[in-house]
Each structure stands twice: as structure tokens, then as C-alpha cells.
Write a protein that binds this ligand. Structure first.
Ligand SMILES: [Zn+2]
Length: 734
């Protein structure tokens, strides 16, 4: 990974298999914005809406325009002012719609704010998903609350947010503020970022311990160490390692918690068992039921059976791949494919995979050692996690196996395997840079082999990134092995998912036989299919729910009901780890879509005449040098507008009119609605009330005339202030 302070930036989580490593573009791939199918549809609609409004107004102009509100320009075309304003409103609405997918709780104005920390002695549990109940299970976060105790299970981030300048989203924790005094701890199911990535932002506010397996806590410490921003004074990360093998139980308030080992695509993955005064809850975390995982750390079925025998009130089961038929193949089914490639590969071998998939790294190391090859690693996130895994005994690397990536070129081609990040084609990842011939130590050449040991993260837009990287690799004459085409390439499978398929979700329900069932960590559709599985297994429909973020579930021994909602939402975070306001994001979306035009006028107060030619500054709108004719017409129109209106209305009104006028003109000419910022500099005279201070008081309170220099200075200062005001205000609605 790069030198950037915040390693979160580079890690793309994933709801599906092992996200992290997949380094998201160093700078969030802003170019993706606009490439992805989802958002662009919305954005394009902004343009087409504007276009539609334009054509409608042209056709219907004669019918719909009100008299005196239409202007005809030098080109002879006319359009109603209303159409132009409507088009701009439409552009704003579309920008809002894009940004409104991610509002914080205050902006959402969730009703009925709940009072915090009041004595609550009702014998019922409250269960709330503050995150994880939408968009494919991201920023996962469940609150479990009983009387005056509460714990939080998981605290992830959402790297799927595709807004300009935004790196990821985290859950809005306004509700946790309200129950702050009840919080006893955060319990993590496993170390993927969509389960722990929100901690550096959220945990310092509450300063309670984080509980998890040894590997998970290692990951938590890793992300705190690599977090770019300083922690608040007085905050100390407190972690508690729980042994998932010995069924250690800890008391947190009135709850007892226990971790149970499951197989997933990162070591140390666990279910979280919470024994409460009214019954037992189980949160599965992410899991699959691999009968033969490489590390032999199978899901602890016998412990699950014991827990089930004692009775489980509520099963909360993850819902990532509840639409995938059958069973997920065992990790062991792909081992042979790597050995085969190593047997046959004529040159060097490069393997791209998710940075936290330690079992996969171990598998490749084993195969390399078997073939007498050395292993080099590239990608800072992966190296950091491997170091942590080795330190904690999760990996066994024979001495002398690892060599530095810098020394890779000095080894013979048949002696080196490079394990690296970039299997998702992420910009600036190790593999992507190699594909572009842009890597510091490695120049790929014919006969090298590249293995992509992952599949594109669904809904991530990564398919296209991978495709163009593969193009570049093939152009270089490199042998490329992809999971999707392994049969065509005459090899074996190269990837298995870290999540189960339908039969495994079913097995867990059958094993645990809960009284109530709550699908979690998935969108509505995935959770619906999960409920269907539970129905097939005989659970009554009344004993299951499909809830959204923020909805409150109340649970007693014999009832599970919905009871309103608490504040919830998304907080957006940029590359530096700083929070970004939705208002800023909306402007960015609008700017990205339509651009900005500033008009700077210097006007003589007395005569109302323009003192200089109007300055027009355009960014992201049109290239002015190629549109000289339009710009000249625009200046002419501006002069006319100033002559007609400046003397007749006050300055604020004039600026508002000017903005509408410019919006109208530009829309009429270009069918676009850029953000328009009018800047009016009035020179001479006492143009505004505040200008009355052109006299200064002397020691006796007597007015003295100011010198021309002082007046000029004063005017300059006022102009600067006015400009600042303009820049500070919301350009869309001022
Ligand atoms: Zn996971």
C-alpha cells in the first residue's frame, strides 16, 4: 500500500468475500463516479431532465410562456424563464437524490427522539440495526439493549459509497449518544472492514472495551494504528481477547457473551452468543460451513449444537448470499489448481488476492515451498495483515521463504512467486501498476503468469476495472488465469466464496432451531430470501421480521415486535478520515454534473454603468476559448442586464435577478444549468447602508472625511467580505 496515513482508504471491504484488501483506489476512483451503472442513471437523468425541459419549453414556448417572461437571444432562440429555472431545480433535485441516499440522522429528522439513559425496567430486549440492514450488508452494526445495559455487535464501514471525494460511510451513532451510559462494550464477529472499519471514528466517543477473537483484535489494533487522524485526548483503545475455542464467557452488564468459531475468509471469525435475562441470542457474523478448510478450523458445529440444546430465543443470521443455490465449495478444492499452475508455468508467477485472506496466502506459500520457490509480497495492507497473522501464530511460513519485492528481479524466473493486492483491478494497487508497466520493482514480461484469485465484488463496479487490467496484462503477453474462465484456460477453480450458499444458511437454522429469526447484514431482498429459508424450515411467519436500519425490535420470551425507530443514517468520510457534510456532497454532485459559472461585475454606483468588461469564470461547464461567440453574446447580455436593472433595484435583488438571468441565458444557449455565482463590486458613492461609514469619527466624536486611499481600501475590504459571503453561502439557494 501507499504512504498514505490512512490504511482504511485503501481497503475495500466487502460484503462478499474478503474485502479488505482489495485496495480501493488510492484516491477514491472519482472517475468511477459516472461509470457505474447505478449512479450515472440518476445523473444522466439530471441531464436528460434538463434537456427535456429545454425541448418542451422550445416547443411549448408559445403556449406556456407568460408574456414578458421570455427572452430572445442573439441566436433568435427563445425559452421561457420558468423552463430554465425548472431545469436548474431539476438538476438540484437530482443531485439531492444522489446525495440523499446517505443522510445523517439529524438531516433525516427521524421522529420521536428517545430520551436517553432513563431508568428502563421493562423485561424486554431491544434490538436495533444501526447499520447492515441495507445496501448489501455494509457498515454492519447491531445494538442489543436490555434495561440499563447495552452492547454493540460489529461496527463496520461502507466502502461502497460512490460520491465525489467520499471514501466510505459509517453509521450515524446519534442513538448511541442517547444511551451512552448503558454501553458496556463493542463485540466484533470478525476483522473485515465492513464489521470493524467504523471503530476508529465511533469507539473514541464511548470509550468502552472492544471484545473479539485474537485475530479480530489484532485487526482492530491494526486499523487504529494506521488511522490517519489523531485520537481524542484521554482515549485509550481497550481490547479484550476472547478465546473462541474454549467457549470463554464474559459478563457485560446483564449480558454474558461467548464467541463460537466459524469458517469465513479471514482467520478468527466467530459467531457472537449473547445470553440475556430473557433468553439466548446468536449473531452468526459472516460464515460458511466448509467441511475442509485449509486451516482445519471448521465452524464449531458441536458447540452450536450444545447451545441449541439449551435453547436459542433469537437467531440473527447474516444474509450475504442467500440467493446462491447449493453449497459453497470447500477452500481445499482450489489448492490443486495453484499446484497445477506452478507445475506448468514457464516464467514468474503473480497471484492477486484479497489482503486479509490469510488462508489463501498460506495455501500459495505452501504450494511455492513445495515447488522450491521463494515468495515476495506487495501491497502494504496485505503485508501488515500477514505480519500480524504470523505474530499471532495464524500462519506458518518456513524460514527463508519470504524475500522482499525489491529483490524479486534478482531471482531466476522459475524461483519466484509474488503474492499481491490488486485482484479487483483497483487503481494504484500492486497488480494494476504492474499491468501498466508502472511498478517500481517489477516489469512484467511474456511468459509470466498472473493468477486472479478472487471474483469481482458484486455491485462494486470493479468488473470494468478488472477487465481493463486483464487487457493490459494480455497485451504484454502474460498468461492470465481467472476464476471465471478457468475451464477455458484449462485449469482448475481459483476462488471460493467466504460465505455460505442456501443449503448452509438452512443448516444453521436447522442446527440452532431458534424461536425467533432475524435475517441481518443484507439488503431487503437478500433478507427476504433468508426468511423464505426459515419458513421452509418450519418457523412461523409471525416469528420473523425483515427490518431496516434504525427500526426497533422489542423481544420478550414470546413476542418479537416492531416498535418505532431511533435516529440512524450515514456519516460520510473523506480520504483523510474527516467527516464531510451532505450539503457539501450535494454541491459536489451538482458541480460534477453541471459545472460552475461565476460572473464578476464592477459597477459604478452613480451611473449604474459597468466599469470593466464582465469577468466570466467557468469551471466544468464549457471551455470558454472554444466558445468565444457564446461568451461575447453573454457579455453583451450582461451589459444589457446591468443597464436595465441595476439602478432600479437594491443590490441583493439585483444579484438574485442576475443569477436567474444568467441561468436563463446559459440554459437557453447550452441546455445546461451550471451553478451560477454572481459577484458584484460596486465602486464609488455610498452604494449601501453600510457605506455610510465613509466618514470616521475623531476623538471628539466628530466626523472627518476619509482620504481617497482610505475609501479605496474600505471598498476593497468590503468587496473581499462580500466575495467571502458569496463563497460561504449555499450557491444553490441563496
Ligand atoms: Zn466478512
Amino acid at each position: 500500500m501507499d504512504k498514505k496515513p490512512n490504511n482504511l482508504n485503501n481497503q475495500r471491504p466487502s460484503h462478499l468475500d474478503a474485502p479488505q484488501g482489495a485496495q480501493r483506489a488510492q484516491s477514491k476512483p472519482y472517475k468511477q463516479y459516472g461509470e457505474r451503472a447505478s449512479q450515472p442513471a440518476t445523473q444522466r437523468s439530471a441531464r436528460s431532465a434538463a434537456g427535456a425541459a429545454g425541448s418542451a419549453s422550445r416547443q411549448g414556448g408559445a403556449v406556456r410562456r407568460s408574456p414578458g417572461r421570455t427572452m430572445t437571444t442573439s441566436t433568435g432562440r427563445s425559452v421561457s424563464r420558468g423552463a430554465a429555472i425548472r431545469a436548474q431545480k431539476q438538476a438540484v433535485n437530482d443531485a439531492n437524490r444522489v446525495a440523499n441516499q446517505y443522510l445523517d440522522a439529524a438531516t433525516k429528522q427521524t421522529d420521536q427522539p428517545r430520551r436517553a439513559n432513563v431508568i428502563d425496567d421493562s423485561p424486554r430486549l431491544k434490538i436495533i440495526g444501526l447499520g447492515g440492514m441495507d445496501s448489501g450488508g455494509s457498515k454492519n452494526m447491531m445494538v442489543i439493549e436490555y434495561q440499563n445495559d447495552a452492547i454493540v455487535i460489529d461496527c463496520g464501514n461502507d466502502l461502497g459509497v460512490d460520491l465525489p471525494g467520499i471514501n466510505y460511510g459509517i453509521s450515524d451513532t446519534t442513538y448511541l449518544d442517547q444511551i451512552k451510559n448503558k454501553l458496556r462494550g463493542f463485540v466484533m464477529t470478525h476483522g473485515h472492514l465492513d464489521h470493524i472499519g467504523g471503530l476508529p471514528h465511533i469507539l473514541p466517543k464511548y470509550n468502552v472495551p472492544v471484545y473479539g477473537s485474537r485475530f479480530t483484535i489484532g485487526r482492530v489494533e491494526e486499523i487504529f494504528q494506521n488511522f490517519g487522524l489523531p485520537m481524542p485526548d484521554g482515549f485509550q483503545l481497550q481490547t479484550v481477547i476472547m478465546n473462541e475455542t474454549t467457549h470463554e464467557r464474559l459478563k457485560l452488564g446483564q449480558f454474558y457473551i461467548e464467541l463460537v468459531r466459524v469458517t469465513h475468509s479471514i482467520p478468527g471469525s466467530t459467531m457472537v452468543v449473547v445470553d440475556t435475562p430473557i433468553g439466548r441470542l446468536i449473531n452468526t457474523g459472516d460464515f460458511r460451513l466448509d467441511p475442509n478448510p485449509l486451516d482445519h478450523e471448521r465452524t464449531d458445529i458441536s458447540r452450536i449444537e450444545e447451545l441449541a440444546k439449551e435453547g436459542v430465543l433469537l437467531l440473527m443470521s447474516e444474509s450475504t448470499t442467500t440467493e446462491r443455490l447449493g453449497r459453497t465449495p470447500s477452500e481445499s478444492t482450489i489448492e490443486k489448481s495453484f499446484i497445477d499452475i506452478m507445475d506448468r508455468a514457464p516464467g514468474r508467477i503473480f497471484v492477486g488476492l484479497f489482503s486479509t485472506n490469510m488462508n489463501r496466502v498460506q495455501m500459495i506459500v505452501n504450494a511455492a515451498v513445495h515447488h522450491g520457490k521463494k515468495v515476495a509480497m506487495d501491497g502494504r495492507s496485505m503485508i501488515s495483515t500477514v505480519e500480524m497473522a504470523v505474530r499471532n501464530g495464524y500462519m506458518k511460513i518456513p524460514k527463508g521463504t519470504f524475500v522482499s519485492i525489491a529483490s524479486a528481479p534478482t531471482l531466476k524466473d522459475d524461483q519466484i512467486v509474488v503474492v499481491c493486492t490488486g485482484s479487483q483491478g483497483e487503481p494504484n494497487s500492486a497488480l494494476q501498476r504492474m499491468s501498466l508497466g508502472d511498478h517500481k520493482h517489477v516489469a512484467l514480461k511474456e511468459q509470466d503468469s498472473v493468477i486472479l484469485s478472487s471474483t469481482p465484488i458484486p455491485y462494486s463496479g470493479n468488473d470494468a476495472l478488472i477487465r481493463s487490467m486483464v487487457d493490459e496484462l494480455l497485451k504484454k503477453g502474460v498468461h492470465v488465469h481467472r476464476h471465471e474462465t478457468y475451464e477455458l484456460d484449462h485449469g482448475g477453480p481459483l476462488h471460493v466464496s467466504g460465505h455460505g450458499s442456501i443449503e448452509e444458511y438452512r443448516d444453521i437454522i436447522k442446527l440452532i432451531r431458534p424461536k425467533f429469526f432475524l435475517p441481518i447484514y443484507g439488503d431487503f431482498t437478500a433478507k427476504k430470501y433468508h426468511n423464505d429459508i426459515a419458513l421452509e424450515e418450519g418457523l412461523p411467519r409471525a416469528n420473523m421480521l425483515n427490518v431496516e436500519n434504525g427500526q426497533v425490535i422489542t423481544l420478550t420470551k414470546d413476542k418479537m415486535l416492531l416498535d418505532g425507530e431511533v435516529p440512524h443514517g450515514t456519516i460520510l468520510v473523506d480520504q483523510t478520515g474527516a467527516v464531510v457534510s451532505t450539503v457539501v456532497v450535494k454541491d459536489r454532485v451538482l458541480l460534477a454534473e453541471e459545472g460552475v459559472v461565476a460572473v464578476v461585475l464592477t459597477i459604478d454606483k452613480k451611473t449604474g454603468a459597468l466599469l470593466t468588461s464582465p469577468d466570466i469564470i467557468s469551471r466544468g461547464f464549457i471551455y470558454m476559448k472554444e466558445n468565444e461567440e457564446l461568451m461575447n453574446a453573454f457579455r453583451t447580455e450582461l451589459r444589457r442586464a446591468v443597464t436595465q436593472r441595476f439602478k432600479r433595484v437594491d443590490l441583493d435583488r439585483f444579484k438574485a435577478e442576475l443569477r436567474d438571468y444568467v441561468t436563463h441565458f446559459l440554459f437557453e444557449q447550452t441546455q445546461r444549468s451550471p451553478i451560477v455565482i454572481p459577484v458584484v463590486n460596486v465602486i464609488g458613492g455610498r452604494s449601501e447602508k453600510a457605506n455610510n461609514d465613509t466618514h470616521k469619527a475623531d476623538a471628539n466624536g466628530q466626523q472627518q472625511p476619509k482620504t481617497p486611499e482610505e475609501i479605496a481600501l474600505e471598498q476593497q475590504r468590503r468587496f473581499a467580505q462580500m466575495r467571502q459571503r458569496l463563497l460561504n453561502q449555499d450557491a444553490r439557494v441563496d
